[in-house]
Design a protein. Structure first.
Length: 281
């Protein structure tokens, strides 16, 4: 694996792979890698000629300064994991490389998607995600982009940005990878202490409860029961939502056919966890 720190070197290295039948695959990350990231690298490796991974803790997508400061950094372990996975290029830019002085931040018209769920509870977050993913896509110009379903709304936002900016990149969404007890793998899990780690499985339990119990008709009472599972376990809940899987519009009266996704965001003390499950997919 080669390590590249500048956009110009990255472009130079990727130039020979720009033409068919070669294809460039790209896995953007903020580091603190886990098996979820590696499953994306594996998909990339099996489909593309060259696999690029980026590690960049993007300051513009943190709406909470403490969350940014405490974001786990495990760069040496990350490099070992990427080497072992067969990743070809690790792009590791500095903040000044991605946001040079005088850089004008773009604004993306994300519409409804930005007003709900993560967009509502983390104002500005998705603008920051679009700013960095746009810059990374412009640098890599991948044929295939790989992101995890764990960040369901982020995948929808990035697809919207790809359409708005007219990239020729195809977004491939990999399944959420879970620990044995059901906890969705996440870099933020590293911030949980032992007791919190045990409590953390309640998030997936609350989603499984919805997945198993939801029947055609009114959804709200079950949604509230799922929220109660979390508050009873000591969580401070931002949202539990039952929504249309394609639009994220809330579904209060389900016809039993519409594809649904249940999404959760909740705090365990200082750590905010999110997760989701497609209900009837
Ligand atoms: O999901 C993440 O790790 C980040 O939001 C991403 C897509 C790498 C952009 O910084």
């Amino acid at each position: 694996m080669i390590l590249i720190k500048t956009i110009s070197q990255l472009r130079e290295k990727l130039a020979p792979y720009r033409n068919k039948p070669s294809s460039i695959g790209f896995v953007p990350t903020m580091g603190a890698l886990h098996a979820g990231h590696i499953s994306l690298i594996n998909s990339c490796k099996s489909a593309d000629t060259i696999c690029v991974c980026s590690i960049f803790v993007n300051p513009t997508q943190f709406n909470n300064a403490q969350d940014f400061e405490k974001y786990p950094i495990t760069i040496e372990k990350d490099i070992d994991m990427l080497e072992a996975s067969g990743c070809d290029i690790l792009f590791l830019p500095s903040v000044a490389e991605m946001y040079p002085p005088g850089d004008v931040k773009k604004n993306y018209d994300l519409g409804y998607l930005e007003t709900i769920l993560e967009g509502k509870y983390r104002p500005g977050h998705f603008q920051g995600v679009c700013q960095i993913v746009d810059k990374l896509l412009a640098a890599v110009l991948p044929d295939n982009l790989y992101m995890g379903q764990k960040d369901y709304q982020q995948c929808m936002v990035v697809q919207k940005m790809i359409d708005l900016e007219e990239y020729a990149t195809v977004l491939n969404i990999g399944p959420t990878i879970r620990e044995n007890d059901g906890l969705a793998m996440s870099s933020r899990n590293l911030r949980l202490n032992e007791t919190e780690r045990q409590q953390a499985l309640t998030i997936s339990k609350a989603l499984i409860f919805l997945k198993e119990k939801l029947r055609p008709g009114q959804t709200d009472s079950l949604r509230q029961q799922s929220e109660k599972i979390l508050t009873d376990a000591g969580y401070k809940v931002d949202y539990v939502a039952v929504a249309d899987a394609a639009t994220l519009r809330p579904v209060e009266n389900w016809d039993g056919k519409q594809l649904l996704v249940a999404l959760v965001a909740a705090f365990l003390n200082e750590v905010r966890l999110i997760d989701n499950m497609v209900i009837n997919g």
